[in-house]
Each structure stands twice: as structure tokens, then as C-alpha cells.
Design a protein. Structure first.
Length: 410
């Protein structure tokens, strides 16, 4: 036997509506009278508090705007959510009543985005699977809150068909090998004003925002360590321009990174150069990498400067027939370079994970799984060499111990 509930709800505009429900918020029928009575009491409590909202009156666009305002996330994350809502979700789904959205309609929306969803300098082209997957994350989170608040019986995004996690992988990394890195840093030392920044990024593996938020008080020259406590993030908001905020690291955890002698020597020289420009640039509270006024470097311009520097390096070195010419890479690939070089040298993945600031070693293993088979192969070969060497040593010891002659058996 199944049961339903019926009640009269007063809506925010003062009107009343007769409501009939045959299923709970998880789309399951009530099979006992007591369960239905409990659901009725909960519904009437919402009506008495003035919390009841008729889902048919709530539009997707207005709901998402309100939902985004209440997010407790980093400013850059919220800004990204709002941008996707404004550019992609609202034009396609914004005018629909919240309760009318289905998994099939969301799936069709995803396919439209994949075929012709771009709104940037290449409008009409398709969005990447990664971008569509991010939009799915927004909808799933927002509709999940709507279910919690009683605006929806179930989450329609659960029944949608977004790009798979495999399809939505991050852009392919293109790390340099150690020879290419050495070539670039050798060239940039004499040809780039940002050589110290490129060097520190390559030798520590920190993120761009972490480097740009680094202050001299974070560097301990005596202990040869660098504390990564915060990150500089560029936040773009429609109608309000862009701001640069300092906040916690990506995992909200500080970490301490050991520095090699060359990095320590370079940072000491860099601090002397900064202090020579202006005394305050060398003080403990000053940014390690900043503009001439001591303010934060613009993150996006900083990345573009690196790309331009690599191009100049390639052009100049190609003229003289330089070997190990470093290919074009993104600034973030210096971080990948740091990790892959360390792993290829046999560094334990746990150490690499701690230096990179990953929330768990599994992220490191997943991200750099392409490097690990090579490490495993080299480890097996070293083990085989050790065993072969051991057998030869044992055989030699036995021969030497016997004196090279036989003894008669008594």
C-alpha cells in the first residue's frame, strides 16, 4: 500500500496553493501511514515558518544567481561559477521553472555546449569536455542544494550525461627534461629580467600564485627553507573589473620546502638587487617577486612574459645550433618539470607530493603516472644488477674460502 499527503501552502506572494505529493524528496513513495504523517508534519512546519516555496514559481536563472551569492568558496572560484552561469547556463536554462528541468534537457544542453558553446574570441566553436564538466559540477551542486531545501524532489543532474572524467582530463602536460631545463635557465640568466622567478619555480615546483605571494619573511636562508603560506589570485567580476587577492594555498595548508644551495645563493642576490632599487623592497614584509613599486605582479601578464621568454630563447639558440632546445611550454609546466625530473631521479613520490602541496599522494601518483613505469623499470633493473653482483661476490668468496684445493674426506 502507498500513501500520499495533501496540504494548503501559503506562498511568499500571499496566495495559497493546494499541494498533493505522493513521493518524498528522494522520489520514493511512502509505504506506511506513519511515514506519510511524518512527511506531512514536516511540510506543514515549513509552511508555518514561511519557508515553503512552490518550485513551479522559481526560475533556474534567478535560483542560480541567489545560490552563487551564498557560496563559501574562494573569490576566484565563485567568480568562475558566476561567469559560467552568466555566459552559458542562464541563456540556455535560465527561463525554465526549476521543477521542470530534466536530466534529458541538461544532457541536450551539454551536447550544445560541446558543439557550439564558446563565447570568447572564437564564438560558435565547441567548449572542451573539461569546461562542460565544470558546468555540470555547478549544476549538480546547485540542484543538490535545491533538493535539500525542498525546492526539488530529486537532482536532475544525477540523470544527465556529462563528459566523462577521462574525457575531461586537464590539458596535456609538456615538461622539459633536465637538459632542456638547464639550457633555458643558462640562457635566461643573462637574458631575462625574471630569471630568478623562473629558477625558483623550476627548483621548488610551487604554483604561480604561491610564488607571487611569497614574502622575504617566508624565506629562511640559514635553514635553507621556504614557507608557502598563501597564494595570489586574480579575480575578474563582470562590471567590476579585476582585483588581485591574497588568500590561502589551493589546499588551504601551509608547507615548508627545502632549498638547494644554488637557489639560496640566487635568492640572496635577488634580495640585494631589490633592496638596491628601494630599501623597502628588501624588508621582511616585502614581496620577493614584485614590480618596481613593490606591488604584486599581474599573474596573467607574468605567464605571458614566460611564454615570450621561451620563444626568444628558442629563436636565439636555434641560430647557433644549440642542442637540447627547450620546446614551447606553459608557465605551469615548470611545476610539472620539477616533479617529473625529481621522480625520474628516483625521488619517493611522497616527497614530491609534499613539495608540490598536493592534498594527497594519490593525486601525485595519478598526475605523474606516465613517469612511474620508467622508474619501476629502472628499479627492477637495479635490483637485478644487485642480485647478479651478489651472486658473483658469493661465488668469489666461496672460491677464496676453499683455498682453491680439495681436502680428503676422513
Amino acid at each position: 500500500m502507498r500513501f500520499g499527503i495533501r496540504f494548503v501552502a501559503t506562498l511568499p506572494d500571499g496566495t495559497t496553493k493546494r499541494v498533493l505529493r505522493r513521493r518524498d524528496e528522494n522520489d520514493r513513495p511512502w509505504t506506511t501511514r506513519s511515514a506519510a504523517q511524518k512527511a506531512l508534519r514536516e511540510a506543514l512546519t515549513k509552511v508555518d515558518r514561511g519557508d515553503y516555496v512552490d518550485p513551479s514559481k522559481v526560475l533556474v536563472g534567478a535560483y542560480l544567481d541567489e545560490w552563487a551569492k551564498g557560496l563559501r568558496l574562494g573569490a576566484s572560484t565563485v567568480s568562475g561559477y558566476e561567469k559560467n552561469i552568466r555566459l552559458h547556463i542562464r541563456p540556455a536554462l535560465g527561463a525554465l521553472p526549476l521543477a521542470s528541468v530534466t536530466g534529458a534537457r541538461i544532457s541536450a544542453f551539454y551536447r550544445e555546449l560541446e558543439s557550439s558553446g564558446r563565447k570568447d574570441h572564437r564564438p560558435g566553436e565547441g567548449l572542451s569536455a573539461r569546461s562542460v564538466r565544470q558546468i555540470h559540477t555547478i549544476l549538480h551542486k546547485a540542484f543538490g542544494v535545491a533538493v535539500r531545501d525542498g525546492l526539488l524532489i530529486r537532482n536532475p543532474a544525477d540523470r544527465a550525461d556529462p563528459p566523462t572524467t577521462k574525457e575531461a582530463r586537464a590539458p596535456e602536460m609538456r615538461p622539459w627534461n633536465h637538459a632542456q631545463l638547464r639550457t633555458f635557465l643558462g640562457w635566461s640568466k643573462e637574458n631575462s629580467d625574471h630569471h630568478a622567478a623562473w629558477f625558483v619555480l623550476a627548483m621548488t615546483g610551487v604554483r604561480r600564485g604561491e610564488l607571487l605571494a611569497l614574502r622575504w619573511r617566508d624565506v629562511d636562508f640559514d635553514a635553507r627553507t621556504m614557507a608557502v603560506r598563501r597564494s595570489a589570485t586574480l579575480v575578474k567580476t563582470k562590471g567590476r573589473g579585476e582585483t588581485l587577492n591574497e588568500g590561502p594555498t589551493k589546499t588551504s595548508k601551509a608547507r615548508v620546502i627545502d632549498l638547494d644551495d644554488d637557489t639560496v645563493t640566487l635568492l640572496k642576490a635577488h634580495r640585494r638587487e631589490r633592496a638596491a632599487l628601494a630599501l623597502q623592497h628588501g624588508r621582511d614584509e616585502a614581496l620577493v617577486f614584485a614590480d618596481h613599486e613593490g606591488d604584486h605582479l599581474h599573474p596573467e601578464r607574468f605567464s605571458r612574459t614566460f611564454k615570450a621568454t621561451v620563444k626568444r630563447c628558442r629563436k636565439k639558440l636555434a641560430r647557433i645550433g644549440q642542442a637540447d632546445l627547450p620546446p614551447d611550454i606553459r608557465l605551469h609546466d615548470l611545476r610539472h618539470t620539477h616533479a617529473t625530473v625529481l621522480l625520474s631521479l628516483g625521488t619517493h613520490p611522497k616527497i614530491v607530493s609534499e613539495r608540490l602541496g598536493h592534498s594527497s599522494i594519490s593525486i601525485t601518483l595519478d598526475t605523474y603516472s606516465h613517469v612511474l613505469p620508467t622508474i619501476q623499470r629502472e628499479a627492477v633493473e637495479r635490483l637485478a644488477m644487485m642480485m647478479t653482483s651478489g651472486r658473483k661476490t658469493e661465488a668469489r668468496r666461496i672460491r677464496e674460502g676453499s683455498g682453491g684445493h680439495s681436502e680428503p674426506i676422513q
